[in-house]
Design a protein around this ligand. Structure first.
Ligand SMILES: [Zn+2]
Length: 285
C-alpha cells in the first residue's frame, strides 16, 4: 500500500488560476505543514481572455498549453507538487461564459457526461483518500458553466467514492463572509486612486459571498500571503496583481483575500469557527 501523509486535502477547480485565487494561502499552508495537497483542475481554460497585450496572440489549444505552464509555476510558488488535469490534460475543453455558443461544443466540460467525468475523479479519491474536499457551491461561486460542472463532478465523485470504499469525511465550499467582503471593498474605494485599475468590482462580483453564520472554517494565510500573490502572478494571462488587490480581464479591482473561508456542507462542523480544515477529523493512514 502506498504511504500517505496523515492529512490529505483534495481541491477541485475549473480552470488554472481558480485554485490560487480561492485557496492559494490554504494550499501553501498545508503543503508547508507536510499534508498531502492534491489539486484537480477540470479544464485548461483555453477560452479565457488574455490580459497582457504581448500574449494576446494566444488562443485555443496554444492558450491551454500556456496556462498549463502558468499552473506549474503557480504550484511551485505554493509548494504543491501533486496537481492533475481531470482525465488528463485536454480531456475536457473550457466551456466559455454562460450563454455563449461555446457551451454547445461537444468537447467542452459543460457537455461532459457527469458519471464519466466523475469517474476520473473517483480514481483520484480512492488513491489519495482525502479527509477534506474543497470545491465551489452549486452556482460554481458565480455561474460560470465550468465552475458549476466542477461542483457537480466533485460531489458526484464523492458520492461514488463513498460507495467504492472511501467516504470523504468533510466537504467544504469556498466562501467569503459578506462583512469581510464589504469591509475590503470599502478600503478598496479609498485605495483605488493609487492602483493601476480605474474601477473596482462590487461585493456581488466576488464568488461565494455568504452570511457569517455559514462560515465554519477560517484559514489565516498571513504567513502565506506572498506565496499566494506569487501564485496569482504566475497566472499572468488571467490576473493582474497589485497587492493587496488584483483584477481579472475585466480590469475591475478586487481585494486579494489572504484569509480564506469555508462552509462545511458534508460532515460535522466544529463548535464555533475552526482555524484548521482538518479540525475535529481524525487523521488516518
Ligand atoms: Zn475559473
Amino acid at each position: 500500500m502506498t504511504e500517505h501523509p496523515a492529512r490529505r486535502l483534495l481541491l477541485v477547480h475549473a480552470h488554472p488560476d481558480d485554485e490560487s485565487i480561492n485557496n492559494g494561502a490554504t494550499m501553501a499552508r498545508y503543503a508547508a505543514e507536510g499534508a498531502q495537497v492534491t489539486l484537480v483542475t477540470c479544464t485548461l481554460g483555453e477560452r479565457g481572455e488574455v490580459i497582457p497585450p504581448e500574449l494576446a496572440h494566444l488562443s485555443g489549444a496554444a492558450l491551454g498549453q500556456w496556462r498549463l505552464g502558468e499552473l506549474r509555476a503557480a504550484m511551485r510558488a505554493l509548494g504543491v507538487t501533486d496537481f492533475r488535469l481531470l482525465g488528463g490534460a485536454g480531456r475536457y475543453g473550457d466551456s466559455g461564459m454562460m450563454g455563449l455558443p461555446d457551451n454547445d461544443d461537444p468537447h467542452c466540460f459543460w457537455q461532459a457526461d457527469l458519471d464519466e467525468a466523475a469517474g476520473h475523479l473517483v480514481r483520484v479519491i480512492l488513491e489519495i483518500r482525502p479527509q477534506v474536499l474543497v470545491t465551489y457551491d452549486d452556482n460554481g461561486g458565480y455561474g460560470h458553466p465550468d465552475h458549476i460542472q466542477a461542483h457537480r463532478v466533485a460531489l458526484r465523485a464523492a458520492e461514488l467514492a463513498a460507495g467504492a470504499g472511501w467516504e470523504i469525511p468533510r466537504i467544504c465550499f469556498n466562501r467569503v463572509p459578506r462583512p469581510v467582503a464589504e469591509a475590503a471593498f470599502a478600503r478598496l474605494e479609498g485605495d483605488l486612486p493609487g492602483l493601476p485599475f480605474d474601477k473596482s468590482a462590487a461585493v456581488d462580483d466576488v464568488p461565494g459571498v455568504v452570511g457569517e453564520e455559514r462560515v465554519a472554517i477560517e484559514i489565516d494565510g498571513t504567513a502565506y500571503a506572498a506565496a499566494k500573490a506569487a501564485a496569482m502572478r504566475a497566472h499572468a494571462t488571467q490576473i493582474e496583481v497589485a497587492e493587496p488587490y488584483f483584477a481579472l480581464s475585466n480590469a475591475l479591482a478586487q481585494p486579494l483575500f489572504t484569509t480564506e473561508y469555508y462552509e462545511v456542507v458534508h460532515g460535522e462542523r466544529t463548535e464555533g469557527r475552526a482555524h484548521d480544515l482538518f479540525a475535529g477529523i481524525e487523521a488516518t493512514a
